[in-house]
Write a protein that binds this ligand. Structure first.
Ligand code: HAM
Length: 416
């Protein structure tokens, strides 16, 4: 038998209802705040991701599903959505009438990481992106929306980590201070960090290898190197979060795994997830649109790991599976034909109705109705047809009431 690809997964009925609930909760919240849905392709030219995420990030170096198409052009299954949304914004000149745009998108992403709980090779993200606003209040809004969404999903064990990565004006200074520090501990770093340290020393701060983490204790903090404008920006983010009562901690080590960030970066962590504790991450990327050939327009956004969110939400939320309101236990061909027509009419009226089409006995039909969690069972056999009356059984109270066959669809809707 051909099995699922490693790191990919099926989301089966029973689980999918929670995903639908999360999606509905998220989209309602985002639409209430003026965000519009955008849908972008699953595959793009490799260059788009290499230029956006950064050549020497783990994602681009090791994790992308990249292959030449039949003409030899390099294509990549999207590892994230931000680059594609920027491409669409530039390509369709969405900035020309009004540069301020607020988007959300939900869909699958692909990264060839080592699969484990909370880490998949096809995973889903809920993305929010805002273009055209430099104000730190948008960063506050994004973190506030994340916190609100988690609360609405009854997820409380969460912490927002925030940092500022500065701007092209102040970051070079920090980079050189960081380089000096790295040179002093260079022989303790892993091979990736050794290779990346000169071109992209920030990546060393993001390395998850325990030896590198230990070596980097005592590294300079970006927050000591911010220019007055970036400092001001960061102070407003902090005071905005305080006034909206969003709890956060400042984490000067938070550099994120993608190169496009400037100024505010943030992650939402939860104790419920173990090692893969980041349920969402994001930040500002004021230089990306220009770097991709668009105008100089600031931007900020985040992505939630949908799979991780669903795993935590499953601990705190009910089962959302929709159970049948009615099961029609029909015996014999004539009854089944009548029942089939009624079940179609009830379905159209929004009453979830199930029946047996395989000729099972009354006993096994009753068992199935019970297993499906049906609220009522309508029993119909030759005798009931003769008497022009079926029996409606309430599966909770076990009470049975006769119900006339004339206008039965309407009568059922009144009774249940
Ligand atoms: P990211 O931190 O790479 O950021 O991913 C965001 C979230 O996606 C993570 O916090 C995590 O919950 C989830 N995630 C990432 N990789 C996996 C995986 N292999 N399996 C399961 N979940 C995963 C971005 O992708 C940026 N584009 C976010 C952003 C939007 N920044 C600005 N706008």
């Amino acid at each position: 038998m051909i099995q699922l690809i490693r790191g990919f997964k099926d989301i089966l009925p029973g689980e999918v209802e929670l995903w639908q609930h999360i999606e509905k909760t998220a989209t309602t919240l985002f639409q209430d705040f003026g965000y519009k849905e955008i849908r972008i392709p699953i595959m793009e030219r490799t260059d788009l991701f290499a230029r956006s995420i950064g050549e020497d990030t783990d994602i681009v170096e090791k994790e992308m599903y990249t292959f030449p198409d039949r003409k030899g052009d390099l294509m990549t299954l999207r590892p994230e959505a931000t680059a594609s949304i920027c491409r669409a914004y530039i390509q369709h000149k969405l900035h020309s009438s009004d540069p301020v745009r607020k988007f959300y998108t939900i869909g699958p992403m692909f990264r060839r990481e080592r699969p484990q709980k909370g880490r998949y090779r096809q995973f889903y993200q809920i993305n929010l992106e805002v273009f055209g606003i430099e104000s730190p209040l948008v960063d506050v809004e994004l973190i506030f929306l994340l916190a609100t969404l988690l609360t609405r999903l009854s997820i409380f064990d969460v912490q927002a980590h925030i940092n500022s990565l500065g701007c092209p004006k102040c970051r070079p200074q920090f980079k050189s201070a960081l380089k000096n520090f790295i040179d002093s501990v260079g022989d303790r770093l892993c091979s990736d960090c050794t290779r990346r340290k000169d071109k992209n020393p920030l990546r060393v701060l993001d390395c998850k290898v325990p030896g590198c983490k230990e070596a980097m204790i005592g590294a300079p903090s970006i927050l000591d190197h911010l220019c007055p404008e970036c400092l001001d920006h960061f102070e407003t983010v902090k005071s905005g979060l305080k006034s909206l009562q969003v709890p956060f901690i400042v984490d000067p080590r938070l550099v994120r795994g993608l190169d496009y960030y400037t100024r505010t970066t943030f992650e939402i962590h939860t104790g419920a997830l173990g090692a893969q504790s980041a349920v969402a991450g994001g930040g500002r990327y004021d230089g990306l649109i220009k770097a991709l050939g668009g105008p100089r327009i600031p931007a900020t956004g985040f992505a939630i790991g949908f799979d991780r969110l669903a795993e935590i939400a499953a601990m705190n939320n009910d089962n959302f599976e929709r159970k049948p309101t009615l099961f029609i236990a029909a015996l014999g061909e004539k009854s089944s034909t009548m029942a089939f027509e009624w079940s179609c009419a009830l379905g159209l009226a929004g009453v979830v109705c199930e029946m047996d089409l395989t000729g099972k006995s009354l006993k096994s039909q009753m068992k199935r109705a019970h297993r499906l969690g049906a609220k009522y069972v309508l029993i119909l056999g030759d005798r009931e047809i003769e008497e022009n009356t079926a029996i409606l059984r309430n599966m909770t109270t076990k009470e049975q009431t006769p119900i006339g066959l004339d206008n039965i669809v309407e009568s059922i809707q009144v009774k249940i």
